[in-house]
Design a protein around this ligand. Sequence first.
Ligand code: SF4
Ligand code: SF4
Length: 437
Amino acid sequence: MINKPFIGFLKPKIEYETAGPTTSAPREISSSGHVVLFAERPPANRDSLVLNTGDKVNTGQKLSVFKDSDHYVIATVTGAISDISSYTGDQGKKFTSITIKSEKKEEVDDEFGGKCKEPAIENAKEFLGCIAGMPELDKLMDPEKPIKTIVVNGMDPDIMVSANQYSVRYDCAGVRKGIEILKKMSGVDNIILIIPPTLKRETQLEKIETQIIDTKYPAASPSLIAKDILKQVVPAGKSFEDVGLFFIGAESVAAIAHAYEKGAVPVKKIVTVIQKDLSRTVVSAVIGTPISNILSAVGVTVNEKDRVVIGGLMTGRAVYSLDYPVQPDTDAVLVQDMEDISDISDNACINCGECIRVCPANVPVNLLVRFLEAGEYEEAAYNYDLYSCIECGLCSYVCTAKIPIFQYIKLAKYEHALILAAEAEAEAAEAGEAENV
Ligand code: SF4
Ligand code: SF4
């Protein structure tokens, strides 16, 4: 039996929570004594790593992790590395976990400020890949896929989450400066800021060109912004870059502005804490801070069997340890009371059609789900529109049989990507053998 996640208590009408003039500023969370950072893959062995326990680091310092790759993390505190180990995350994906014990006296690293006087994609890619929102800035420099429009999303991906909206509300000047920097570094003039109606005043004061978005979920999904606002359809299986679009969050854009302004890599992230009664507190925390620290700072108690979810109400995923750290893309932490967790889910589909009616991507969800449950991922991908899904989670929300369809879809995309990678590897090996004959 799989437990049905957190969404059963939502009201049927699903609107984004929008920030407005009465919204209070994010609460600053003080240091926890240590931070934990994740690097892209597990350590093959101790010799494969550049870092060692005991290494001293400064705040904002770029840390190369592996000897055979240019992957890096950014130290978000000043202190010494106290542990390097393997961490298994969602869907069994493995990372290298790096713990830094912080010291009271902060030293800000000056490598970025020294090397990156002028904004450029090359130096942004080299130092700003781990700022809030983890912008994939290298996509702006791919000659095969030239970008024609940059969309700065001032809305957030899930309904009660407010990281991008808070950046527009409280740091609109930073967002404006970030947009100017993006224009300069990318050469793309067409940059559009997407906002909810409640943030019009802020953007008018900063004279930013905006498009107002519908507040009905999931209108702020990049696929729907492309279709409904930009009138540009992204074919299933294609990326936004394939059609000349690049999406970036307003929080990332403001962080880019501050990086060049201060000559230091920003190390904080805005996180919405959603409590058991659905009240919210928006905080600003150093990336790598354990969520236990944030929950205790805002007075949330987690009892045995309560559920903690990273991400929003519709698309979040459960984590099983309060030591889990805030990552550059952690927009929200939700705590759900054990009483509100609906258990279920090996029920069969009753073909009620609710999922089809609600799906914004017209996926034949009732048919797709049969192949997902059977683990037939290739059939799901090629014949039942797996890749048309924009991952909004609405089908799970309305499912009469309470099947965790959204989780099945995420797993299917992950497993199918592994199948494709294995096939590509086998083909490459076969081609190599043929050449050697
Ligand atoms: S998550 Fe479900 S409702 Fe949303 S796009 Fe995908 S299939 Fe459709
Ligand atoms: S909502 Fe659930 S039960 Fe109804 S058709 Fe879709 S998958 Fe089946």
